[in-house]
Design a protein around this ligand. Structure first.
Ligand code: NAD
Length: 266
């Protein structure tokens, strides 16, 4: 018997994963996919009600899944959730640093507080996650750290300068940590994932400040009309890539950037 649920296989059977920002969107899809493929998953999010409901629903499918409230900007809480993963499931092998926000607007209109909030969640949060996951992964004997960057970490985007700065930072933080883990002789892989335009709640928070005057909603279909696959992505499209990086199928990959964008940056 594997640990997988009836719907899935066991591509990450025996592994323990922690997914941040797992109450919705891409993080939720990652948690569901990892659990369906046999991982024990600790879902964390600052949104306690939605995160707990998501974990409970997953547990009801037979998956080993549970929830912890977690603000990724807090170092003491990072220490607690990593300890919790080890306490509940015996180890930590996979960290998906997914929690993120998008502070949109012309840079000249952003306050320093806007800028700092953007950096704190998207970049400080990833730094803290890597820092505190590494000792646990060394105790586990191996690890895979997967950091959610964006196509906005590869190229500039109008009215998303603060966001782009964080996602570019996540890209090179991931590569530098791949190099550092290798130099230290640690069996830990670090990769970044670069989604294109994915249909999640984050776009509702970007409108209307990222839009041209007069517009009042982000039209994902219009935004993707000219990309090669002509459609917005589903969170599951990103979860499939995250599952691959979490699994031993990607055991020769570290420091890589996995672009899942329907050809947007091609
Ligand atoms: P989402 O808004 O659906 O999910 C983000 C989650 O992060 C939410 O559940 C939210 O509660 C949580 N969160 C916010 N602040 C937090 C904090 N301080 N601590 C812990 N959790 C916090 O958005 P999504 O689209 O699923 O985004 C997930 C990741 O993917 C983000 O890093 C985002 O930048 C990245 N991304 C998304 C897209 C896209 O088109 N949706 C494209 C590229 C990259």
């Amino acid at each position: 018997m594997t640990e997988s649920t009836a719907q899935g296989g066991a591509r990450v059977g025996g592994k323990v994963a922690l997914v941040t920002g797992a109450a919705s969107g891409i993080g939720l899809a990652c948690a569901q996919r990892l659990a369906a493929e046999g991982a024990a998953v600790l879902l964390t999010d600052i949104n306690e009600a939605a995160g707990r409901a998501a974990a409970d629903a997953l547990a009801q499918t037979g998956a080993r899944a549970s929830f912890a409230t977690h603000d990724v900007t807090s170092e003491p809480i990072w220490e607690q959730v990593i300890a919790l993963a080890e306490e509940r499931y015996g180890a930590l092998h996979v960290l998906v640093n997914n929690a993120g926000i998008a502070v949109a607007g012309r840079l000249v209109d952003l306050s320093l507080a806007d800028w700092q909030r953007q950096q704190a969640i998207n970049l400080d949060g990833v730094f803290l996650g890597i820092k505190h996951a590494i000792p646990a992964m060394l105790r586990a004997g191996s690890g895979s750290i997967i950091n959610l960057s964006s196509v906005a970490g590869l190229q500039g985007a109008n009215r998303l300068a603060a966001y782009c700065a964080t996602k570019g930072g996540v890209r090179l933080l991931s590569k530098a940590m791949a190099v550092e883990c290798g130099a230290e002789g640690w069996p830990i892989r670090v990769n970044s994932v670069h989604p294109g335009i994915i249909d999640t709640a984050i776009w509702g928070t970007i409108a209307p400040t990222a839009l041209e005057e007069g517009a009042n909603a982000v039209d994902l279909d219009a935004m993707t009309a000219t990309v090669p696959l002509h459609r917005p992505g589903d969170p599951g499209d990103i979860a499939n890539g995250v599952l691959f990086l979490a699994s031993d199928d990607s055991s020769y990959m570290t420091g890589s950037e996995l672009v899942i964008d329907a050809g947007l940056t091609a």
